[in-house]
Design a protein around this ligand. Structure first.
Ligand code: SF4
Length: 226
């Protein structure tokens, strides 16, 4: 077999292949709270296999995070100390549980301040003016759960390792909104009632529908076919 005939793309797909994950009602992830609530609902009711291309993007994000961890814990960067990374977190609210993983906790050595860092990979940071609402909600939830009230969303370009960061403080009102969203999702799942098509109804978030794995099912509800 010569090198040209090896289909590396297929080999990588095989390596990354995982069975579709069935999700349990009552167990939620901070990463889903900023998504369209109807899309989250569908992901519990009709779990779908993640497209190989999307799996690859996730994996590229993990690799990039490993790089950031190396940077943060290196002796060459004494201005920051990495306290923890990939820290599992669980929080019980009412009758459900939210579990996630905090990317990094760091300490700034000039003032001893602790910060949560969420690392996100992106194609380009050039036109990034503000962090995504979804990532911000995730970070606010982690700040709420840990009591560490300062955080940063760190975007890193996949191709160049250029970065841009957005610092934020804990906002108790936003944390309350996030928890209400989890409650809404939980109730709609328990009662088997389809939530409103949140992304479709928002001019800011309508673009999400283009990438939604449940667009067909969602359209069918809207046109009365289902
Ligand atoms: S198509 Fe849009 S509104 Fe419908 S579930 Fe997907 S993201 Fe939400």
């Amino acid at each position: 077999m010569d090198g040209d005939s090896i289909d590396f793309d297929r080999i990588i797909d095989k390596y990354l292949y995982r069975e579709a994950r069935t999700k349990t009602v009552g167990r939620y992830y901070p990463s889903e709270v900023g998504q369209c609530i109807r899309k989250s609902w569908f992901s519990f009711k009709m779990p779908k296999q993640i497209e190989p291309n999307v799996t690859k993007i996730f994996e590229a994000g993990n690799l990039l995070h490993e790089f950031v961890v190396e940077v943060l814990k290196s002796d060459k960067t004494p201005e920051v100390t990495l306290i923890d990374s990939e820290l599992p977190l669980k929080m019980k609210i009412d009758e459900f549980e939210i579990s996630g993983r905090i990317d990094d906790i760091i300490r700034l050595e000039h003032n001893g301040e602790k910060l949560l860092v969420e690392v996100k990979s992106t194609k380009s940071v050039d036109f990034l003016r503000e962090p995504s609402e979804q990532y911000m909600m995730q970070l606010q939830f982690y700040m709420h759960a840990t009591g560490i009230h300062k955080g940063v969303i760190l975007y890193v370009e996949k191709n160049t390792l250029k970065s841009k960061s957005f610092a934020t403080n804990y906002d108790p009102k936003l944390a309350e909104t996030i928890i209400s969203r989890f409650r809404e999702l939980h109730l709609s799942l328990k009662n088997n009632s389809v939530p409103h098509p949140e992304a479709r109804q928002s001019s800011k978030n309508r673009w999400m529908c283009q990438y939604c794995a449940y667009k067909k099912e969602c359209d069918e509800i809207e046109t009365g076919e289902k």
